[in-house]
Design a protein around this ligand. Structure first.
Ligand SMILES: [Zn+2]
Length: 289
């Protein structure tokens, strides 16, 4: 399995926590019809993105990007010891898959200089913290954690209305430990990492672009979940907070990178998860390299 890529002066490592069945395609993508699913079943199955019961297969992973100056972890997956009763595969997990994968890529938690979250959903913040003597502490002891202000403000407001467990156990402890940087969209890290606003999935969802002077790689977070959405950008996921906005963001993102050399590193596409955006009919495809 391909776990790392080199583009420009960047090395990119995939840190996989789970690659598994998630939800039926027709449930996850409310605009999908049985006819369109049937037309696309064969290539989706070959891509490892759909099982034989029409359930979508998703990868849950972080990326670690090594620039000439920094080691940056993007999205911190699911995490351990966290009560997630709605998701049995995530609930009170205790396996060492994630930290072993990090070690396998050659990193200890202490090597990470920055953690950047595309948004603050449960499967993107989990390893921000770990349980130590009954308290949530930052998993990456030396890291600055970068959260977008729009996203952070949105979840602060939601959490005030009704408790949002991943915000309370995986974001607020980082803020309390004074390791968080709440940043605006013009924030950059050195001359290699920038923010690209991509709202829709959540109000403050962002992508991250990497590369000096040009986008050698882009980390698209949850602006799409399945390769079927590259082919049909109008198909929003049921978790997209603003589905029409998510669809417009998705098409705009793919137009921006279509037929360029930028490596698009998705959060959830099945392995190898990363590729280059190419035009395909009225939509696009993400071609593995
Ligand atoms: Zn996600």
């Amino acid at each position: 399995m391909k776990l790392n890529f080199t583009v420009g002066d960047l090395t990119i490592h995939r840190i996989i926590e789970q690659e598994t069945t998630f939800l039926p395609a027709l449930e996850m993508l409310p605009g999908l019809t049985p006819e369109v699913l049937a037309e696309n079943r064969s290539w989706m199955q070959k891509a490892g993105a759909l099982d034989d019961k029409d359930v979508l297969i998703l990868c849950f992973q972080s990326y670690v990007v090594k620039t000439p100056h920094h080691t940056i972890l993007i999205d911190s997956c699911i995490g351990n010891d966290k009560p997630r009763p709605q998701r049995p595969k995530w609930n009170m997990k205790t396996d060492d898959t994630y930290l072993r994968a990090l070690a396998g890529a050659g990193f200890t938690p202490g090597d990470i200089d920055y953690v950047m979250c595309t948004h603050l959903h449960v499967d993107h913040v989990g390893w921000n913290t770990r349980l130590e003597n009954g308290r949530w502490v930052p998993t990456f002891p030396k890291a600055r954690y970068v959260f977008g202000k729009t996203e952070y403000d949105y979840w602060t407001e939601q959490n005030a209305k009704a408790p949002v467990p991943p915000f309370a156990d995986s974001v607020l402890p980082v803020v309390e430990a004074r390791q968080a940087e709440i940043v605006r969209d013009d924030h950059a890290i050195g001359d290699h990492a920038r923010i690209l606003p991509t709202p829709g999935h959540t109000p403050g969802h962002v992508a991250f672009t990497f590369g000096r002077g040009k986008d050698d790689a882009v980390f698209s977070g949850d602006l799409m979940h399945s390769p079927l959405q590259t082919r049909y950008p109008e198909l929003s996921a049921k978790f997209d907070v603003d589905q029409p906005q998510a669809a417009a963001t998705r098409r705009g993102f793919m137009e921006r990178y279509c037929d360029t050399d930028t490596l698009c590193c998705t959060a959830h596409f099945p392995s190898p998860s990363a590729g280059r955006i190419r035009r395909a009919g009225n939509g696009f495809s993400c071609e593995a390299i």
